[in-house]
Ligand binder design. Structure first.
Ligand code: MG
Ligand code: ZN
Length: 169
């Protein structure tokens, strides 16, 4: 990269409890995948401010044999389709399929490997970027990668937090 080349900024988003309803169980069936209130408006605001939108999700149910990569892909197809109707696109969706009891990995949050992968691949400046999550592990992953964290209440409207990222004029 040339010195002084402009870096991108991003908002990293946890999935369950932030984008879609945290049900208390793994969400892998389309009928359980409900978007939270305010998600279209918030993501459109961030898009309009020039942020890349990148999902970082733990999907340990795969390692536990409860569902498969293909279930996750199907859910993400549904998500991308719903967003594209609103002219919102996610730069990438990263997920960790592992679970501590069945094998250690570095990508499961609070690990920061997935964030760091995205930061390198998309030339992102972590200091200009944010991670929105509903668990302390999301915020810890953010901290480890130099990204600012915003802890939200599960299933809250993201609109309630936009003034943190986009200060009111
Ligand atoms: Mg969550
Ligand atoms: Zn992993």
């Amino acid at each position: 990269m040339k010195e002084g080349a402009k870096k991108n900024k991003a908002v990293f988003l946890d999935r369950d409890g932030v984008i879609n309803r945290e049900t208390g169980n793994y969400v892998f069936k389309p009928e359980d995948f409900d978007l939270n209130e305010g998600v279209f408006d918030a993501l459109a605001m961030l898009r309009d401010r020039g942020f890349m939108l990148i999902v970082i999700s733990n999907q340990g149910g795969i390692a536990r044999g409860l569902y498969t990569h293909s279930h996750v892909r199907k859910i993400h197809d549904i998500l991308n389709k719903k967003l594209s109707v609103q002219s919102i696109s996610l730069t990438e969706i990263y997920y960790c399929p592992h679970y501590p009891a069945t094998g250690r990995c570095l990508c499961r949050k609070p690990g920061s490997i997935l964030l760091e992968k995205a930061i390198a691949r998309f030339n992102i400046d972590p200091a200009m970027s944010w991670m929105i999550g509903d668990k302390e592990t999301d915020i810890e992953a953010a901290r480890r990668s130099g990204v600012k964290g915003i802890l939200v209440k599960p299933n809250d409207s993201l609109m309630d937090y936009m003034n943190i990222i986009i200060p009111r004029q």
